[in-house]
Design a protein around this ligand. Structure first.
Ligand SMILES: *[C@@H]1O[C@H](CO)[C@@H](O)[C@H](O)[C@H]1NC(C)=O
Length: 311
């Protein structure tokens, strides 16, 4: 509790959606269903990858890990937002607020590095098909996953150390639905300009650089395929389009949230919905519906239960 010594603020209040009761009920219903879809869809992918031996390959292990993070990422914000929607006063304690920031950045940072690992996996599969299994050996795969979590945690801790020691004494209203540093840091009573800059550098530039690197790596893969005589560009494009869609969907709101220079405007207020509710819901759809292996695995699963019941 030493952290709270010179802080008078013990809770924050979210402004949330400003709209009619009917709209809020509609949103509550929509987001509840969306959240249910996120949980079921992503758990289904994890279940399928773990149980079906045909899917025991680096690509699907990384995909299952992505699903796990998506579940975590939306669980840090969406349930709270949904339960808050119809409440008159949306209060969050100081500790919960800090915890939310902490988990948000662990998950977000981990997802970022995992997307890099997935891009590297596609590079190895498409550009070095003969060495794919030795480049992406099970050991390396686990190493990638561990590096993702360690990086996410370090990123979150460095972010957290900026904000947790700031004094909060006056205003405690957050014009948002969840706690994150761009809005919380503005409520600090000390001059927070330097912290704001450090926070932006940590999250914003990291996002921007990773995003550009990922796009560059996809271009690099496509150019490599295009140049090689035996390469099948349309097939590579087909594989990569799912990745590119997810990467653009994930990073655009992040870059907006952390680098938008006018955090008091409401442009970034609703952006988070894309990252915490839309992308996690789309990931299973993007990767499942377009993917022959996952479709086959689903069919095998259905057949398996079907024959169990009727034999
Ligand atoms: C995450 O990846 C590792 C390494 O390949 C794998 O062993 C593990 O099963 C994956 N986790 C999930 C939930 O699929």
């Amino acid at each position: 509790m030493e952290v709270l010594n010179d802080s008078v603020v013990s809770e924050f209040v979210f402004l949330g959606f400003l709209g009619s009761w009917e709209i809020k009920v509609f949103l509550k219903l929509t987001f509840s269903l969306l959240y249910l879809g996120i949980i079921l869809g992503n758990l289904f992918i994890i279940f399928l990858v773990i149980t079906d031996s045909h899917l025991h390959s680096p690509m699907y292990f990384l995909l299952a890990n992505l699903s796990l993070i998506d579940v975590g990422l939306s669980s840090t914000t969406v349930p709270r937002m949904v339960t808050d929607l119809l409440k008159e006063k949306k209060v969050i304690s100081f500790q919960s607020c800090m915890t939310q920031i902490c988990f948000l950045h662990i998950m977000g940072g981990t997802e970022m590095v995992l997307l890099i690992a997935m891009a590297f996996d596609r590079y190895a599969a498409i550009c070095k098909p003969l060495h794919y299994l030795s480049i992406m050996s099970p050991k390396k795969c686990i190493l990638f996953v561990v590096i993702s979590w360690v990086t996410g945690t370090i990123h979150s801790m460095s972010q957290f150390s900026l904000i947790v020691n700031l004094p909060f004494c006056g205003p405690n209203t957050i014009d948002s639905f969840y706690c994150d540093f761009p809005r919380v840091i503005q409520l600090a009573c000390s001059d927070s300009a330097m912290f704001e800059f450090l926070g932006t550098a940590n999250s914003g530039f990291m996002n921007l650089i990773t995003f550009l690197l990922l796009l560059l790596s996809y271009v690099f893969i496509l150019v490599t395929v295009w140049k090689s005589s035996s390469g099948d560009l349309s097939k590579a494009l087909d594989t990569l389009s799912a990745h590119i869609t997810v990467v653009v969907l994930y990073f655009t709101p992040c870059i907006f949230i952390y680098m938008w220079p006018f955090p008091t405007s409401s442009v970034d207020k609703y952006m988070f919905i894309v990252d915490f509710a839309i992308t996690p819901a789309l990931n299973p759809i993007i990767y499942t519906l377009r993917n022959k292996d996952i479709k086959l695995a689903t069919e095998r699963l259905i057949k398996h239960y079907h024959s169990d019941r009727f034999s």
